[in-house]
Design a protein around this ligand. Structure first.
Ligand SMILES: NC(=O)c1ccc[n+]([C@@H]2O[C@H](COP(=O)([O-])OP(=O)(O)OC[C@H]3O[C@@H](n4cnc5c(N)ncnc54)[C@H](OP(=O)(O)O)[C@@H]3O)[C@@H](O)[C@H]2O)c1
Length: 266
């Protein structure tokens, strides 16, 4: 997709990966609309990128309901949706209150599915669009302390494989971003603050199976993936085996389904 003039909506854009994505998309000449809760931080990113801020709590079902319609009414049709907002709430599974499980599943999974569902019909009618799902390598190989988080990321990656089947033959791009820790971010600090999770990451670092990914590099690679219509962004490259192995059955099913209708009317 040629990005100049395109309208890109990024959730979780007040800091971290989302703010870096806003910078990179804006640098390519795209018009960015930024969603998160922190009004001041969001306004700051909007000012430096020339974008628009849409404060919203994406754990609140009432605010998620009809969000894309409200954004399109005010800021125009969405060409690219980046589902980036996410929380980890790292800690012992048995100590996790149900409210934390609910918040994580709502923001990391239900909101991602719902915003994707809201945005696709307009993109299809207009003849093009792209959705980026910021998932994680934790959706493939998970660690102690991030059980529910990893589960939500597995949901995002797997759901997107199904949506891809339903979008076959349509001018819709889908990119799944699967990385290890991204630094510097508040989430990386949070993940490493729980000793069993930190020890697990250190073991993988020692085995040379994992390195941290730089936030700006992740943003640049993701924007390039949208430009080139790439299905995945995987960092670090050395961890390619884990997501590739998990993805193999999905690719096989895709291959077996050649010629089988994916939508009513096919
Ligand atoms: N950092 C990593 O190591 C890492 C690794 C792999 C994947 N990821 C994924 O990358 C994405 C971004 O993570 P990050 O590292 O940038 O995390 P971060 O620095 O903690 O930023 C999270 C973003 O999500 C927003 N957010 C949180 N709760 C929200 C809510 N209820 N409603 C709306 N927005 C909300 C935050 O804004 P407000 O607080 O202002 O609402 C913030 O903009 C996540 O999906 C994460 O799972 C991160």
């Amino acid at each position: 997709m040629d990005l100049p003039g395109k309208h890109v909506v990024i959730t979780g854009a007040s800091r971290g990966v989302g703010a870096a994505l806003a910078d990179e998309f804006a640098a390519k000449g795209a018009r960015v609309t930024l969603v998160a809760r922190s009004v001041d931080a969001l306004a700051e990113v909007a000012e430096r990128t020339g974008g628009s801020a849409v404060p919203a709590d994406l754990c609140d079902r009432a605010q998620v309901d009809g969000l894309i319609e409200r954004i399109e009414a005010e800021h125009g049709p969405v060409d690219v949706l980046v589902n980036n907002a996410g929380i980890d709430l790292t800690g012992a599974f048995t100590d996790m209150p149900m409210t934390d499980i609910e918040r994580m599943v709502m923001l990391n999974a239900i909101t991602v599915a719902e915003l994707t569902r809201q945005v696709l019909p307009g993109m299809i009618n207009r003849g093009g669009g792209h959705v980026v799902q910021v998932s994680s390598l934790a959706g493939t190989g998970t660690f102690p302390g991030i059980s529910v988080y990893g589960g939500t990321k597995a949901f995002v990656t797997h759901m997107t494989a199904g949506v891809r089947l339903e979008m076959k033959g349509l001018p819709i791009g889908l990119t799944v971003v699967e990385t290890g820790l991204i630094t510097p971010t508040e989430m990386a600090d949070s993940v490493l603050s729980y000793p069993p999770t930190e020890a697990s990451f250190k073991r993988f670092y020692r085995l040379l199976l994992l390195t941290d990914a730089d936030v700006v590099k992740v943003a640049r690679k993701t924007v390039r993936a949208v430009e080139k219509g790439k299905r995945t962004v995987r960092m670090p490259a050395r961890a390619f085996l884990f997501p590739s192995l998990t993805n193999a059955p999905r690719r096989l099913v895709e291959w077996f389904l050649v010629g089988v209708p994916r939508r009513v009317g096919d």
